[in-house]
Write a protein that binds this ligand. Sequence first.
Ligand code: IPM
Ligand code: MN
Length: 354
Amino acid sequence: MKKNFSIAVLPGDGTGPEVVAEGIKVLEAVGAKDGVKFDFHTYDFGGERYLRTGEVLPETASEELKKYDAIFLGAIGHPDVKPGVLEKGILLRLRFELDQYINLRPVKLYPGVETPLKDKKPEDIDFVVVRENTEGLYTGAGGFLRKGTPYEVAVQESINTRMGVERCLRYAFKYCEKRNRDKKLTLCGKTNVLTFAFDMWERTFYEVAKEFPGIKTDYAHVDATCMWMVKNPEWFDVVVTDNMFGDIITDLGAMIQGGMGIAAGGNINPEGVSMFEPIGGSAPKYTGKNIINPLAAISAAQMMIETLGLEASAARIEKAVVAATSKHLKSLAAGKMGMSTSEVGDLVARIAVE
Ligand code: IPM
Ligand code: MN
């Protein structure tokens, strides 16, 4: 088994560097315990670098990042940079150029974590969203006509390719099989209105399903999915959906699992280099205060090494995160954990190797 991994680290903006440092601390602890070595190479991509140099991302960035086993990202977003510049120029560009066609978002309520859903317990909130990550409304297809005039037209097109949809669906079926829980895959769409795009999604879904006779198939419109996620989250096992719907329902998912302090995601190219991130953003107002919750970044690190095949080491991290939420942290909110950012990292690193 591979024992040496080289990881590109993009700490990014705001509190990104603080949470990434705790993720690295935990990885080094489990690595030492399990005889695995991680080499970390840091890149300064983000708002500060952009303001200093005027360049969002060097031309060669994605070629260079392809050399690594994985990418660990903190957060992108700077209060002095116009919204969209860094998101499009760094995060979306890397997702596209590295063809990370899956966005994997586990929605799991850990013991001790407060959910806004009344009477729902950890056993009720445990599903995974597989979001298509390189197509749909995110391709930038479209444009303006007569911009700035009263006759302005703005078109934003959703691009769905058979190949893109099929590879995403096949990944979701395989993931559901491997997860081996309810063995149920729900397609989340809008077949009643988006009668072209989701017609293709739906046809492809049932075709690919034939390759996976052990997996039950289910369908829900995206609006109904939102309703069920609040009312009966226990109905979901794995949910697969397009880029835009996936973006929206995974923020809802993050909230029912306890908020941005805990939600992690992976941008996955199963045949290439994948990138893992806490999904909460750069939280600039907490920067440098040592009060931000690093658990989402630690969980992103866990997903990263799980994807690299280090399943036992990943399980150690999860066990330690569960111990932290159930026994040690007062709350997941920044400044209210009853511990500092670095103390949470120390705690998880210690429990993970016990
Ligand atoms: C996410 C984020 C991004 C997205 C933004 C920052 C471009 O919200 O990862 O879900 O919309 O995909
Ligand atoms: Mn989002």
